[in-house]
Design a protein around this ligand. Sequence first.
Ligand code: GCO
Ligand code: MG
Length: 403
Amino acid sequence: MKIKDIKVIVASPGRNFVTVKIITDEGLYGIGDATVNGREKAVVSYLVDHVIPCLIGRDPMQIEDIWQYLYKGAYWRRGPITMAAISGIDIALWDIKAKAANMPLYQLLGGSSRERIMIYQHVGGLDINEVVEGVVRLKERGLVAIRAQVSIPGLPPIYGTGPSTDQSAGGMIQARPVEEVWSTHKYMPLVPKLFEKLRDTVGWDLHLLHDVHHRLTPIEAARLGKDLEPFRLFWLEDPVPAELQEGFRLIRQHTTQPIALGEIFNTIWDCQQLIAEQLIDYIRVTSVHAGGVTGIKRIFDFASIYHVRSACHGPMDVSPVAMGANLHVDRAIPNFGIQEYSGYLEETHAMFPHAFAQSGGYLTTGEAIGHGVDIDEKIAAKYPYEAAYLPVARAEDGTMWSW
Ligand code: GCO
Ligand code: MG
């Protein structure tokens, strides 16, 4: 079998997606996701100008060799654009291999370790009462794990702490990034109050999660972790920017609050120390950003030695294609933790017909061969690329902040 053609399809059914379609000379094809939110076209150029010409004529069955060829062969290693391009190709190649084997992808990865995959979804609100109401509503729909975020009183709603989380980002996504205002000292005492009220209302069975979105320092994160301990959160996500891996030691010295990290990581090298020193509990790499099925499987296998569990990033900008690939890995690995699933707009569901399905707080992969997600190119043609950026953040004095 040989790779005959590779198409890159860019479409915006509500969000921009970069989809790779690898077509073989035997008629089999595979689909991959190569989307980097807000930097989509950089990946398109990387693929079209530098990757695809080198892959035509190669054997699509040699997935590991093609991965290494693109990783080592470029000389310039790692980085979000390179790794998203590798991811898109890798996910499509695994799809082809599973189709050639006439199996659902999870079977090729070792078979099924679980029947269903626990997910979490997001609730945001302008004040604590609004968030509590939202959490109660999702719980009634059968969710067993919910991420809760609240706006800071006196400040406009901010991405990731207010209603402007993924599924309701609405006005927050613009052709140029909106600039938002952040205040650490107003945020810190508010979050424990939110989770106290949530525990009083929904009890202790529900898993509650919170995303800090990289905005604190290690000692601030340690303080927040200690303050949250009585409410037994499933995790505290991205408390601190993670370039400085050893910074997480400080958090660990002070709190037993479980920590989740890794949605912007591309390789095992971004989290090698965090995992080997057991500085985190959940690793949030996702197939589209961390080297495809090959990349995340390698990271999760490494993490399993250190009691670190998987938690694939799965917001709306991770397309249903990467979601499908994630779910097959989630199903197969021994150290699955949880899967983020923000859900998708109707247009997105229609453009990517998929075998995975939600039932209450869980997703199932379905038994379709391959990863079970396709692209409808006629629908895709109706939604051309649109410039769209998530907001950026500044402190109240104007200092640029992590968002
Ligand atoms: C999450 C994330 C997302 C990211 C977004 C960036 O936990 O799902 O933090 O909301 O901000 O995916 O493109
Ligand atoms: Mg996050």
